[in-house]
Design a binder for this molecule. Sequence first.
Ligand SMILES: NC(=O)CC[C@H](N)C(=O)O
Length: 265
Amino acid sequence: MTPSVLIITGYGVNCEAESSLAWERAGARPVRVHLNDLLAAPGRIHDFGALMFIGGFSYGDHMSSGHAMAVRVGHHLRDELRRFVEDGHLILGVCNGFQVMAKMGLVPAADGELLNPSVTVMRNDCGHFQNYWVDLRFEPDSPCVFTRGLERMELPIRHGEGKVFTPDAAVLEGIEKAGCVPVRYADAEGRPAQDYPANPNGSLNAIAGLCDPTGRLFGLMPHPEAYLFPENHPRWDHRKGEGRFPEYGEGLKLFLNAVECMRQA
Ligand SMILES: NC(=O)CC[C@H](N)C(=O)O
């Protein structure tokens, strides 16, 4: 059966078209549902194998990006979300979606406690919006199902508040120990990058995304749904000349991994 994916829309998020296309190209059936319609019938969430919080500017980034949506979803969908997670389903958050997930405490949830945020995503160190492609490295030991088998990738970032932060060194250590950091900003040699511009926001430990310890809940700042076709890459023509023209945009790999995991469930 074709796995189905719930994509929450409305209130200023804006990546529903490319996010739907990503799931479709990976073999899933995406269904877009406005947040109001979902909150009117929260049980609908259980019709799906995965849920995605997409990128954009929910509630105009009021009181910090993702905060208002996290409060609204966390308040109204708390029990349904917990059941959805306990049933072993997948949740993906991209950019604003990652901010929502982190502020709800869905990731990293390394203490096993959902909806109790241990880290936040805050304003870029440079103080303003950034929009360019970054190098990423993936951690092979992370349980993240979305990043299985991945090593390096370039993806675009476009955000003003992407710095993953906690004031508590022990929390950061716990997150690392639990394998909740599947992806980091990297320098040209593939080493974790702490400095701008390789690290666009000053994120601690070069964290570009976080998962929970099961690996089924995952959020990241870069946009895999914006690299579905080779021509999305800013130097695609150059790469073609070098014989490095991929069959499809590399961001699709994260969605393919997720669909494979849903098929096996
Ligand atoms: N592209 C996005 O999802 C942006 C997220 C958020 N509005 C920010 O600027 O940080």
